[in-house]
Design a protein around this ligand. Structure first.
Ligand code: ADE
Length: 225
């Protein structure tokens, strides 16, 4: 899979892409992720990519031209399954959406700035708008990093234990059950006996029951869905 991220602040995303599982997924050739600075597509001698809004509102608006030039340059090289704009007004990002995106080939993620992007970009160039939650960030960069992380870790081979992505919270509509590691007792706090019993089937039953109990207690909305 290939993800091209268009942003005015590549340095805000760079660290997140070059650590841990995302770094390894790229090294293994499972994912290619490229950061593109929108200023490189500006025709302005100061490399500006925003301007004052028509109608005299407060704040600056990202211009259509650098964004159109950047998207067109990418589309000349390959076809894209989605051109995604990160915005608080978008469709809410969740695990099923991450699963669907992970099955696509090429994605563009355009990092937006709330109230700050020429609306024609959204009308003519964007195929999907995604919000990572009902709150407003300073820009779409952290949202793009969240989306890239959630999607790339699902690629086959990205996580060492293939099973573990499937047993994540939300994958079966339930929160994940608790996990423990050595020591079996610490300061008198014990790991549940069942996990030390060696009864695979009973352990699976316990895990499911724990997942159901935690979901009912912490996220009852997931069960009513
Ligand atoms: N940009 C600003 N806030 C955002 C959010 N909640 N989700 C996605 N992009 C954003």
């Amino acid at each position: 899979m290939r993800i091209d991220i268009l942003t005015v602040l590549p340095e805000m995303i760079e660290g997140a892409l070059n650590c841990s599982i995302l770094k390894r997924a790229q090294e293994k050739g499972l994912a290619e992720i490229y950061l593109h600075n929108l200023r490189d597509y500006s025709t302005d001698k100061w490399r500006r990519v925003d301007d004052y809004p028509f109608g005299g509102e407060a704040g600056m608006v990202m211009q259509i031209e650098p964004i159109d030039r950047a998207i067109s340059a990418l589309k000349e090289e390959r076809t894209y399954d989605e051109v995604i704009f990160t915005s608080p007004d978008g469709e809410r990002f969740d695990q099923p959406m991450a699963n669907r995106l992970s099955m696509l080939g090429n994605l563009i993620l355009l990092c937006g700035h709330y109230k700050g992007i020429d609306y024609r970009i959204r009308e003519h160039l964007i195929t999907k708008e995604i919000s990572i939650g009902d709150y407003v960030l300073t820009g779409g960069e952290l949202a793009a990093a969240v989306i890239a992380d959630a999607v790339v870790r699902l690629l086959p081979g990205a996580i060492g234990d293939e099973q573990s992505a499937l047993s994540d919270s939300f994958q079966d509509g339930l929160l994940a059950p608790p996990v423990y590691t050595r020591p079996a007792e610490y300061k008198g706090w014990k790991v549940p006996d069942i996990l030390l019993s060696g009864h695979t089937l009973k352990i699976e039953e316990w895990r499911l029951q724990q997942a159901q109990e935690r979901t009912a207690r912490l996220r009852p909305d997931l069960l009513s869905d």
